[in-house]
Design a protein around this ligand. Structure first.
Ligand code: PGA
Length: 234
């Protein structure tokens, strides 16, 4: 069971919910490679109590300094966090993260030995204009430029699918997975490609059967224990 399952809680769950969430997710079959990304204020709790791997949803690239409200990759490392989501479309679109900032964050991952989960993907308009490949290539190239990275996870997340209950066709995901595979193959990097966007218990098996797709990133489904149980405790 070497597929990767990232549970991105986004900005959800209150302090009182966390023990219960950790207990429920600790009941999921640990043979699966589950990586949970809670809000950063709960990372320590997950490190202490969760049986699963723990991931940050974001971090800022300098190691320390006057950056009120931010957390650094070195702080994540010091906590024992080995993964970080970088460049989620919500970060890019709501918080104006550019490819240049994302490049610096990847660099900080390299320096702190954290495996980045780099999110890439096109908007609805870019898909309608058939510009998805161009967009994804640019996002990957600019993120990796001048970074001596050894290992990366790329999550293909079409923006028009996230949180919408719609997914691309299997053929569309296959095309992008092959395309990303060919790009990454040109670098001397260990990599895996995931799919993210409205993944649930009904579509997950079809998605995981797509060649070159090594896992999924789940947002909404990560909060639904009945959905998680159906996926992991069949
Ligand atoms: P979703 O979110 O599963 O709710 O569509 C996925 C994501 O944004 O990573």
């Amino acid at each position: 069971m070497d597929k990767i399952y990232i549970l991105n809680n986004k900005m959800n769950l209150l302090s009182d919910d966390i023990d219960n969430y950790i207990n429920e997710t600790n009941k999921l079959n640990n043979d699966y490679n589950i990586i949970i990304a809670p809000s950063s204020i709960y990372l320590q709790q997950f490190i202490n109590k969760s049986i699963h791997k723990v991931c940050s949803q974001n971090a800022y690239h300098p190691n320390s300094g006057a950056y009120t409200g931010e957390i650094s990759f070195s702080q994540l490392k010091s906590l024992g966090v080995n993964y970080c989501i970088i460049g989620h479309s919500e970060r890019r679109n709501i918080f104006n993260e550019t490819d240049d900032i994302i490049n610096k964050k990847i660099s900080s991952c390299v320096n702190n030995n954290i495996i980045p989960i780099l999110c890439v993907g096109e908007s609805k308009e870019e898909r309608e204009n058939n510009n998805q490949n161009e967009k994804i290539k640019k996002q990957i190239q600019e993120a990796l430029n001048n970074n001596q990275i050894q290992e990366i996870i790329i999550a293909y997340e079409p923006i028009w699918s996230i949180g919408r209950g719609i997914t691309p066709t299997k053929e569309e995901i296959q095309d992008i997975a092959n395309y990303i595979y060919d790009i990454l193959n040109q670098y001397n990097i260990k990599f895996k490609i995931l799919y993210g966007g409205s993944v649930d218990n009904n579509n997950i098996n079809d998605i995981l059967n797509i060649t070159n797709i090594s896992g999924v990133l789940m947002g909404g489904s990560s909060l639904k224990t009945e959905v998680l149980n159906q996926i992991f405790n069949k």
